[in-house]
Design a protein around this ligand. Structure first.
Ligand code: G4P
Length: 528
């Protein structure tokens, strides 16, 4: 195998998804700890101390104690080069989360053992299913009183429609949580309570080891024996084809806070998760080992750090090798040749200029404002275009105006730039200008972020008037004049910035009404 192919095949690029508070940030940090990327795990989000989680760095995050933006973290583990793409985890998350899932090759779903499958998990899970990527499950917080592990597995299967294969099984829960039983080695790993900042000490013992009672107690040993019997008697086999196609999820149990079960998870994950996957383009499949460099933009972020005041574009490399100063073409920019400026890899707020990167890696480049989400960048002579990243349907809308008419220019600039990054979507009423816009967001928090950024970065105070719409549909019929449509009085016609017409609805009932009253009308939820 050439060094080039070796480098690509050792990449693992994934995102962690969860309902807020299930432990995504904690698990991310513990993976970094075990991966040697940080020496000491900080107290998550600094609620109790001043130490902030490594992935938490935007000002508003610090103010509200939540992760708003996604960052990328890379570390080496077990011969693999691991890229974790952080996703915002708050109740109100943005399209960034969805887009991040477009850039990964697998996902880790964190579930709170006391709560089971929650709302946000379902939403994010749907996006993973759409991409057919492997999904690994980490059932967290076993150190608290938890649901029965078998019930948790059934819940995942029933609610999400994916089969499960427990790779290990918890020994006790709550104060009795002792560790996990590894089904493959038939060994138990019994942990010693530590401070959570360092790796947890574990004792490994065979399931038939006579000293097991001393480690986990007779009651738990007997319970485990029954559990194993049940496990072996029922459930799916570990079919790696099913794992690879996202139909079967390997499940791990543990407690991220206490570092119980984090290492076995990481070890197995590295072995089982896929190296960079081939990607579809309009011109056919691009293999990651194709020597030509190809990448697509999945995220744009302006003014990430006040000290830098810049706009960074994040590219997922899909094939080939990136070298600093190499010449590339921007496909959507008419194959314009360019050099990517100061390519960087990020570890939360510290950046490092990189010399080379391979398929699977994420690089951030300075962007003078030419890239849009979904754009393709490739080696000259390689003309491909990756499938666009869908625009996800916003669910909350507001009419936004500037308070001070003297600030019109800054208002337009701010709103346009923030929309270009994909942090919000902006729409106009067909005949209105830019004095006021209709802003659509996936999560309510984005309104706060928008307001905060308009004030701190563009010096504009805005007036935000909430609108009752909840559903948006793009009109897919070419050349249709929406004014000719028969619509209910509370349906609104708007335009996006590519001048496509859309309809805003207050209820699903109104959508059905529009479809029934206008034969041939085609409405789409996503706009590619
Ligand atoms: P998120 O990114 O998915 O939103 O979750 P995050 O890691 O921030 O964890 C949410 C809370 O759950 C945190 O508590 C964290 O310490 C706690 N937590 C994470 N993993 C475990 C675990 O394995 N066991 C237990 N018992 N708790 C865990 P927090 O924000 O500090 O709030 P608080 O609970 O201390 O008040």
């Amino acid at each position: 195998m050439s060094d080039f192919v070796k480098e690509i095949s050792r990449r693992r690029t994934f995102a962690i998804i969860s309902h807020p508070d299930a432990g995504k940030t904690t698990l991310t940090e513990k993976l970094l700890l075990y991966g040697g990327a940080i020496a000491l795990a900080g107290s998550v989000k600094g609620k109790k101390t001043d130490r902030h989680a490594v992935s938490d760095w935007m000002e508003i995050e610090k103010q509200r104690g939540i992760s708003v933006t996604s960052s990328v973290m890379q570390f080496e583990y077990g011969g693999c080069c691991v890229n974790i793409l952080d996703t915002p985890g708050h109740q109100d998350f943005s399209e960034d989360t969805y887009r991040t899932l477009m850039a990964v090759d697998s996902a880790v779903m964190v579930i709170d053992a006391a709560k089971g499958v929650e709302n946000q998990t379902r939403k994010l899970f749907k996006v993973c299913v759409m991409r057919h990527i492997p999904i690994f499950t980490f059932i967290n917080k076993l150190d608290r009183d938890s649901k029965n592990p078998f019930d948790l597995l059934s819940e995942i299967e029933d609610e999400l429609g994916i089969s499960t294969y427990p790779m290990n099984f918890p020994i006790g829960d709550g104060v009795d949580f002792k560790g996990v039983y590894d089904r493959e080695t038939k060994h138990i790993l019994s942990y010693e309570q530590g401070d959570g900042q360092h790796e947890a000490k574990a004792v490994e013992a065979d399931i038939n080891d006579p000293s097991l009672d001393a480690l986990i107690g007779e009651r738990l040993r007997l319970q485990l024996r029954d559990d194993i019997e049940l496990l072996e008697g029922a459930g799916d086999d570990l079919d790696m084809d099913k794992v690879r196609s996202g139909k079967l999820s390997p499940v791990f149990f543990g407690s991220a806070l206490n570092n119980f079960g984090v290492e076995p998870f990481l070890k197995n994950f590295i072995m089982m998760s896929p190296a960079p996957l081939p990607r579809e383009t309009a011109e056919g499949i691009v293999e990651p080992t194709d020597p030509a460099f190809t990448a697509f933009v999945f995220k744009i972020q302006a003014n990430m750090n006040k000290a830098h005041r810049d706009r960074l574009t994040f590219l997922r490399i899909c094939s080939g090798k990136f070298e600093r100063d190499m010449e590339v073409c921007h496909v959507q920019g008419g194959m314009k040749k360019m050099r990517l400026s100061q390519p960087q890899q990020m570890m939360a707020d510290s950046r490092e200029v990189i010399e080379e990167a391979y398929a699977g890696d994420i690089i951030g480049v300075f962007d003078p404002g030419i890239f849009s989400i979904g754009d393709t960048v490739c080696s000259p002579g390689k003309s491909v275009m990756f499938e666009g990243i869908p625009t996800f349907a916003p669910e909350h809308f507001a009419r936004i105006r500037h308070k001070d008419t003297m600030k019109r220019k800054q208002f337009v600039k701010g709103a346009t730039q923030i929309a270009q990054e994909g942090a919000i979507q902006i729409f106009r009423e067909p005949d209105s200008g830019m004095e006021e816009v209709i802003v659509g967001v996936v999560g309510m928090l984005q309104f706060d972020v928008f307001e905060h950024r308009m004030r701190t970065e563009y010096n504009v105070e805005i007036i935000n008037e909430g609108l009752p719409y909840q559903y948006i549909r793009w009109i897919a019929n070419d050349g249709l004049d929406p004014k000719t449509l028969n619509l209910s009085s509370d349906t609104k016609i708007v335009k996006d910035f590519k001048d496509n017409y859309l309809l805003l609805f207050t209820s699903e009932w109104n959508i059905r009404w529009a479809l029934e009253k206008n034969e041939g009308l085609r409405l789409e939820e996503f706009n590619r």
